[in-house]
Design a protein around this ligand. Structure first.
Ligand SMILES: CC(C)(COP(=O)(O)OP(=O)(O)OC[C@H]1O[C@@H](n2cnc3c(N)ncnc32)[C@H](O)[C@@H]1OP(=O)(O)O)[C@@H](O)C(=O)NCCC(=O)NCCS
Length: 156
């Protein structure tokens, strides 16, 4: 069974290229599928290997590793915000994102966070609902043409 075949571990600098590819490929195939090409371009530019490396230095990044292939990634900053969560389409629906979320939530709990915030893609709102997150406001449209749903989970 797949759950026995991947591990969640801390990001290493040599993962940056694979993580960048995972994020941009999955974004283009799902979240950004119907968005203008300019939006996809902007998203790619903020998720290059170098940007992922930078992110790993100022926040927390965990990956789901299946025999050396990175199939999922979660990133958080400020000890209370999720800013990236992606699982390759082929591996979705098998509990990988849930395991990544639990890893980050448990770290933030240890650091005494009272709540966790996320700007969910419209694609992932139902996933976050299942994970106990609630909508905070209406959907927000940013200047790049992206829409997101602010959500929060209070940690007990
Ligand atoms: C959202 C995403 C990360 C979920 O990854 P995943 O590995 O398939 O999620 P899991 O298998 O861990 O699902 C956990 C639970 O959420 C549910 N779930 C996951 N995606 C769902 C969806 N789109 N709609 C409804 N429920 C969903 C699962 O059924 C599961 O419920 P269960 O625990 O009751 O069985 C993945 O679909 C993805 O990468 N999407 C594209 C990128 C994206 O939108 N990322 C969010 C950026 S903020």
């Amino acid at each position: 069974m797949i759950l026995d075949e991947f591990i969640v571990r801390k990001f290493k600098p040599e993962d940056a290229c694979q993580v960048s590819r995972l994020i941009t490929t999955t974004f283009n195939a799902q979240v950004g599928r119907k968005l203008p090409s300019g939006v996809k371009k902007v998203f790619s530019e903020v998720n290059t290997s170098d940007k992922i490396l930078e992110l790993s230095k100022r926040g927390e990044v965990f990956v789901a590793d299946k025999g050396g292939k990175i199939i999922g990634i979660i990133a958080g900053i400020d000890n209370n915000r999720v800013i990236r969560l992606f699982v390759y389409k082929k591996f979705q629906g098998q509990g990988i994102a849930k395991k990544l979320m639990r890893r980050l939530e448990s770290l933030y709990k240890k650091r005494a966070a009272k709540s966790i915030h996320v700007r969910s893609s419209l694609y992932a709102v139902d996933f976050y609902n299942v994970m106990g997150y609630k909508k905070v406001t209406r959907v927000i449209h940013n200047k790049d043409g992206m829409a997101y749903q602010p959500m929060i989970k209070y940690l007990s």
